[in-house]
Design a protein around this ligand. Structure first.
Ligand SMILES: *[C@@H]1O[C@H](CO)[C@@H](O)[C@H](O)[C@H]1NC(C)=O
Ligand SMILES: *[C@@H]1O[C@H](CO)[C@@H](O)[C@H](O)[C@H]1NC(C)=O
Ligand SMILES: *[C@@H]1O[C@H](CO)[C@@H](O)[C@H](O)[C@H]1NC(C)=O
Ligand SMILES: *[C@@H]1O[C@H](CO)[C@@H](O)[C@H](O)[C@H]1NC(C)=O
Ligand SMILES: *[C@@H]1O[C@H](CO)[C@@H](O)[C@H](O)[C@H]1NC(C)=O
Ligand SMILES: *[C@@H]1O[C@H](CO)[C@@H](O)[C@H](O)[C@H]1NC(C)=O
Length: 416
């Protein structure tokens, strides 16, 4: 099974203008039944109780407050302090909103359990290959697991193929494909946003424009466009897609395009981790079929994110994590989000900006208005840290406890 999948990834990846994000094609295919079986095998989540975390420094979006109490019940933060059942002493600790990984490919319940254990309480899947399996995962109904939102089957032009997203041939987009129907299917099947792959030789500009305007005007939904080189970036920007995914690594974005992105109010999820991983691991580099024959460098990724951020373009935290997919090849869920924050910090985001990129900014740009902040009425998605992430962003890894919708996660990853 591996051999076949690796081959298809390889074949697609050696096409010119290949993309790092080829890994998802090698993920094990997961069915609705697999997901149901995994759900049945899980331990029963802890009961949700009315809880007060006392004497804790609370992230208010700009910094940490003096020690105070945070109360939640029935999944939400509340100002009502009557009838507290559980008291948590947060003395000397720091409470942040549950983290959001804005670009991930979680295939199953085990992956969701892993990502949740790292304090990532919202996972935005950036492609769907099977609407039934996506629905089963999105509606997992497990109180102690991260919420999963998902794109539809990605729009990939028939002239490219894309290992990362690899829809079956009957789901590729041809010059005469009815794009309104394609977009309608995605949202009819419960997708939260629509995923487009921009690529040289792929979807025509007019096709990308049509998909974006259909999602916006008919469905009032957002689109996310994969773009990992300068030419694709140009298309994604021109289409006015809401979120541009990945980063150009084959040269530097011009001041003109950066100004246009800002003017269009587009946001960028650069997924630095997957580039970092690809560029620092020869096995992955080879697995992806990358060669040194193009102008691609990790330094381009870094400099482009630095410039976009400097210009005031919103940068969100996402990883492109796919989990373990082949011997020696693993982009782990959860840990990578913490690494992404460090990488963003390294190209000029302050620890505060990096933390916002994985919480309030991500929630607002993705229109997830029920989360991302520690405020009355928001979801009780919370991460209690032992040390202050604004002093050093790597302190987000110093996790003490995690709650998802007010339910405490039993298995918390210890990273420090
Ligand atoms: C979850 O994490 C465990 C421990 O690190 C690892 O062995 C496993 O492969 C991971 N599974 C998935 C689906 O990410
Ligand atoms: C894409 O589809 C069109 C229309 O069916 C066809 O003419 C073209 O050859 C296809 N391109 C590739 C690379 O398969
Ligand atoms: C769901 O998607 C399939 C194609 O995968 C399509 O045939 C079906 O009509 C869609 N359902 C809805 C309700 O849009
Ligand atoms: C390669 O990238 C550099 C910037 O680092 C740029 O000056 C040069 O024009 C690029 N070359 C090509 C062939 O795109
Ligand atoms: C690409 O070039 C870099 C620097 O010259 C080198 O470290 C790396 O191993 C090369 N990668 C491959 C796959 O040849
Ligand atoms: C942050 O902490 C890490 C891990 O302890 C350390 O390597 C790094 O130098 C620290 N960074 C700053 C800016 O203090």
């Amino acid at each position: 099974m591996w051999a076949k999948q690796m081959l298809s990834c390889f074949v697609l990846a050696v096409l010119p203008s290949n993309t790092l994000a080829c890994l998802q094609s090698s993920q094990r295919r997961v069915t609705t039944l697999d997901i149901q079986d995994q759900i049945h095998a899980r331990p029963v989540p802890l009961a949700s109780t009315k809880t007060a975390i006392q004497n804790v420094h609370v992230f208010d979006g700009q910094g940490f407050t003096n020690p105070r109490s945070v109360v939640f019940a029935n999944g939400q933060l509340t100002a009502d302090t009557v009838g507290i059942e559980t008291v948590v002493d947060g003395t000397g600790q720091f409470l942040i909103p549950g983290l959001i990984d804005a670009h991930v490919h979680v295939p199953d319940i085990a992956g969701l359990a892993n990502i949740t254990s790292y304090g990532v309480t919202t996972a935005l899947n950036m492609a769907c290959r099977d609407y039934m399996a996506c629905a089963a995962l999105r509606n997992h109904n497990q109180a102690d697991l991260a919420s999963l939102l998902s794109a539809g089957v990605a729009a990939v032009g028939n002239g490219t193929g894309n290992g990362a997203l690899q829809p079956p041939p009957d789901q590729l987009v041809y010059p005469d494909t009815d794009l309104s129907q394609l977009v309608a299917w995605a949202f009819g099947n419960g997708s939260d946003y629509y995923k487009i792959v921009a690529k040289t030789g792929g979807l025509a500009q007019i096709q990308q424009d049509t998909i974006v305007s259909t999602a916006h005007n008919i469905f009032n939904r957002q689109t996310m466009t994969h773009a990992s080189d300068l030419a694709s970036f140009k298309q994604a920007v021109a289409s006015r897609s809401d979120g541009i995914q990945h980063m150009a690594d084959d040269g530097l974005l011009s001041t003109a395009i950066i100004t246009t992105i800002k003017g269009n109010r587009q946001f960028i999820t650069p997924t630095m981790s997957v580039f970092k991983y690809g560029y620092s691991n020869p096995a992955v580099f080879a697995f992806l079929g990358r060669t040194n024959s193009t102008n691609t460098t990790y330094a381009h990724v870094e400099e482009n994110v630095r410039r976009l951020h400097k210009a005031g373009v919103p940068i969100l935290a996402g990883t492109d994590a796919v989990g373990p997919i082949a011997p020696g090849i693993n982009l782990p869920f959860g840990r990578t989000l913490h690494e992404e924050l460090q990488l963003l910090n390294g190209v000029g985001l302050t620890p505060l900006e990096a933390l916002r990129a994985a919480t309030v900014e991500s929630a607002e740009w993705h229109r997830l208005f029920d989360r991302g902040e520690i405020k009355t009425g928001k979801r009780a998605d919370l991460v209690l840290l032992n040390s202050n992430p604004l002093l050093n962003i790597s302190n987000t890894q110093d996790i003490a406890r995690v709650w998802v919708g007010g339910v405490e996660v039993q298995d918390v990853a210890k990273l420090t």
